[in-house]
Structure formats: C-alpha cells, structure tokens
Design a protein around this ligand. Structure first.
Ligand code: DC
Length: 226
C-alpha cells in the first residue's frame, strides 16, 4: 500500500464538503477542500480587478498573495481560508465568487499551480481531498476513490438552504440554474473535466443523510483493508 489517501469528487452541493469533513474527523486524515483554492483565486481576481480571461495576469496575481487553508471544526465548512493572513469568513461562498470560479478553474495555468500545491499537501500525510479531479488527476494513485452525486433538484435545495441561512436572497430557480450552468462548465471544460475515475465508487446521496454516506464510505474502506 503506497498511501492512505481518500479522493472524493463530485458536482457542487453533492455533499462532498460535509462528508469529506466527517470522514476525515473519524479517520484522523487531514481534510482538504480543493474548491476553496479555486474560490480563493476567483475572489482575489474580483478584488484586484484582474480580468478572468487574463490567465497570465491571474498567475502573476497569485505570487502577491498567500492562501492558507487551516482545519477548523468550528466553521460550517470544517476549515478557514486565510488570504494574506486574514480570515475570509463566508465571503468565498458568495454568489459573485460562485459565478466567477468556473471560469478561473478552466485556466490550465491556474490548475497546474493549484494541483502542485494540493500534491505538496498530500505528500505530508494521509488526506481526505475533495474536488472535481482528485481521483483522476491530482491523486490518481489514491488508495480510496469516491464519486458523490445527488439530483440537481436536491443539490439546488441544499445550496438554497445555505444561502437562506446566511440571509442571501436568491430564488430556488436561480440557484438551480446557476448549479446547472456550473455543472455544464465543469464537466465540459477541456482540462480536467468533472468525471468519475474508472476505479471510483459512486454514491448517490440524494436520499441519504451525511452519516449514512460516511458509513458507506467507511464500509468500502474497511472491506479493502481486510
Ligand atoms: O467544490 P466547490 O463548489 O467549492 O468548487 C468551486 C469551483 O472550483 C467549481 O466551479 C469547480 C472548481 N473546482 C475544480 O475545478 N477542481 C477542483 N479540484 C475543485 C473545484
């Protein structure tokens, strides 16, 4: 066995964050949500007024900022993102960042830069890493690979509830349309599109509670270890 990494991929609001966080807490792995890195780049681009199509400008911008993802179980996401040493709070989950992130994530130079950072973190010890391309590109040799899905309606309902809890006023229809558009962009982009690795176990969480999803994952992992 070369490693004990767990790769979890899937579309937006498929439950990756919640389940990856729970699984990591139970297994003692480090939890890394790679979406936070792409969101950080999108946020910095908006903040600095860098054109989302200016790939070289985006990469140059990254050299002037530090992005640190620090595990913190007291936050909803299970981590805090500090940019230039300052906690970003819920800002990375705002609708304007969500609208910009797919464009940023489709830039090859940005992906090369972030994938390198993700692999460097995995080199330090066992991780539960969540994203879109973890099982296919970032950690193709991960010992365990899961692909989480849920129906578009259920994912829209979950994301809408999150926005409502934060007092952000968007309709369920708008949220559903934005998710569908992000699914389309994420799965049709030329580089590292969202797809399940051939050796991933797919779990449809539409009618499952997080505890059930994690129990399923742990059963798969224990069977493989036996
Ligand atoms: O998981 P999330 O919704 O926080 O991801 C935000 C965006 O980043 C999403 O549009 C897809 C992109 N992403 C990616 O392309 N590759 C990853 N490994 C993680 C996220």
């Amino acid at each position: 066995m070369a490693n004990d990494h767990v790769a979890i991929d899937g579309p937006t609001s498929s439950g990756k964050t919640t389940n990856a966080q729970l699984l990591a807490a139970q297994s003692g792995h480090l939890y890394l949500d790679t979406g936070a890195m792409y969101r950080s780049v999108a946020y910095l681009a908006l903040k600095n007024g860098v054109d989302l199509d200016n790939e070289a400008g985006l990469v140059a911008m990254l050299r002037h900022h530090t992005i640190a993802i620090v595990p913190d179980a007291s936050t909803t996401a299970g981590y805090r993102v500090n940019i230039d040493g300052r906690y970003t709070g819920e800002r990375l989950f705002d609708p304007d960042v969500a609208a910009a992130v797919s464009t940023v994530a489709a830039r090859p130079a940005i992906r090369t830069e972030l994938v390198e950072r993700q692999r460097a973190i995995a080199a330090q010890g066992p991780v539960v890493m969540a994203g879109r391309d973890i099982g296919t590109v970032v950690l193709p040799d991960a010992r365990f690979k899961f692909f989480l899905t849920a129906s578009l309606d259920e994912r829209a309902r979950r994301r809408h509830a999150e926005f409502q809890a934060r007092g952000i006023d968007v309709s369920l229809d708008e949220v559903r349309a934005q998710l569908a558009e992000r699914d389309r962009l994420d799965s049709t982009r030329a580089i590292s599109p969202l797809r399940a690795a051939a050796d991933a176990v797919t779990i449809d969480s539409t009618d499952m509670k997080p505890a059930e999803v994690v129990a399923r994952m742990r059963a798969v992992m224990e069977a493989a270890r036996a």
